[in-house]
Design a protein around this ligand. Structure first.
Ligand code: HEM
Length: 393
């Protein structure tokens, strides 16, 4: 039975949930832990134990048909996030080396250089958009360096990436413009892969194209899609996360001041922001068998949303979950997911965010908002500010 006593007008395509899904999550967790969402034609799991268990049970909760609620055409089965083992394990092993902690120390210095350049520009302006002028500058800059892609206009690039992962709320899904943005991005990457086939370089794309395990190599499509996902996941998730962290540090003055006294607290603050109100809110799986949960029967082939953002606010797991507390040590949070699909970019994101945000706070110790009225990316998965209008105080 799919029917439930519906939460009045809960709607995955309501713009309200782009910015603030948390009041809805509370109702879902307490009253409808296994919720059939009519608007998305999909189940939603929101309690910590259920979401964590589902994330680790890839045999029942498959990613093969995509992990975005409104999947981008042509992506399923070709990327890390849209494959199951054993294919997933093979792709992951080939991509993993570049993201190992010991191979990432080299990202700190270039991140600081990018941060200093962005801050010089911000200081000259006084009023600034944190997303365009800071977080996009850092993330596009550093991810393009990592991949070995030529530098691009960061704000423009971030906008392309945002379009690639957006949802058309009216159409309740994707539309031709959004699909074209992703196709455009993939074409750009495909051209770059072709160049490296001719002339290998010391960069991640070349490593992916040449990586070999037991004589097995990635296909052309896998190299292009995997690289595209590094650009999309990297630029969108990381720039949005950094922006949300900045918003938290604006809103919670004590936390900001304590970081200014002791920058070593930035890592715990990053974890608390990943728990409290991260960018990567919801991912999809498809059931490979019927499953009973909380009195509901979900059927094989049904889509299921793992609401990581809701699970991270579950008081059954975290004490006072609606309090932002950088001293909390929120072990087990799902900001980077869990299980086989745990974010491959997690160390990289932590290092880049720590370096960039500490430099930001050091050089711009006091900042305010020009206005609280700003847009959020239209998405059934992500929670990302389009802009963040700040000013130096
Ligand atoms: C703070 C920033 C980031 C956040 C919050 C984030 C969050 C996540 C989450 C929640 C997942 C799990 C998805 C699922 O369960 O289906 C994931 C997977 C993934 N992320 Fe990230 N991510 C971030 C940064 C990055 C970066 C910088 C990259 C690459 C450069 C990246 C690449 C990926 C990839 C490829 C996967 C799929 C991994 C797999 O399926 O094995 N992410 N990310």
């Amino acid at each position: 039975m799919r029917t439930n006593s519906l939460i009045e007008d809960f709607d995955l395509y309501d713009h309200k949930i782009d910015s603030d899904p948390f009041p809805w999550y509370q109702i879902l967790r307490d009253e409808h832990p296994c919720y059939w969402c009519e608007s998305g034609n999909i189940w939603i799991l929101s309690r910590y134990d259920d979401v964590a268990a589902a994330a680790q049970d890839w045999r029942t909760f498959s990613s093969l048909k995509g992990n975005l609620v409104d999947e981008i055409p042509g992506r399923s089965g070709g990327t890390l996030g849209t494959t199951d083992p054993p294919r997933h394990d093979r792709l992951r092993a080939l991509a993993q080396a570049a993201f190992l902690k010991k191979n990432l120390d080299h990202v700190v210095e270039p991140t600081l250089q990018l941060a200093d350049k962005a801050i010089d520009n911000i200081k000259a302006k006084g009023s600034f958009d944190f997303v365009a002028d800071f977080s996009s500058e850092i993330t596009v800059g550093i991810i393009f360096q990592l991949l070995g892609l030529p530098p691009r206009n960061s704000a423009e690039m971030r906008n392309k990436v945002v379009l690639s992962i957006s949802t058309d709320k009216k159409a309740r899904g994707r539309n031709a413009e959004l699909d074209a943005a992703f196709a455009n991005l993939s074409q750009m990457i495909s051209d770059e892969v072709a160049v490296r086939r001719q002339t290998p370089r010391d960069d991640l794309i070349t490593k992916l194209a040449e990586a070999e395990i037991d004589g097995d190599r990635l296909t052309e499509r896998e190299v292009v899609l995997t690289t595209s996902m590094f650009v999309v996941a990297g630029v969108e998730s990381l720039s949005s996360f950094m922006s949300i962290l900045a918003l938290n540090l604006h809103d919670f003055t004590e936390a900001r001041q304590s970081l200014q006294i002791d920058p070593a607290r930035m890592m715990p603050a990053i974890d608390e922001s990943l728990r409290y109100n991260t960018s990567a809110q919801r991912f999809k799986r498809v059931l490979t068998r019927d499953l009973d949960l909380h009195g509901k029967t979900m059927r094989e082939g049904d889509g299921v949303v793992l609401a990581y953002g809701a699970a991270n606010r579950d008081e059954r797991k975290f004490e006072n979950p609606d309090v932002y507390d950088i001293a909390r040590n929120p072990q087990g949070h799902l900001g980077f997911g869990m299980g086989k699909h745990f974010c491959i970019g997690n160390h990289f994101s932590r290092l880049v965010t720590e370096a960039a945000m500490n430099r930001f706070l050091e050089r711009i110790p006091s900042f305010g908002m020009q206005t609280r009225e700003f847009d959020w990316v239209s998405s059934s998965n992500f929670r990302s500010p389009m802009t963040l209008p700040f000013k130096i105080n």
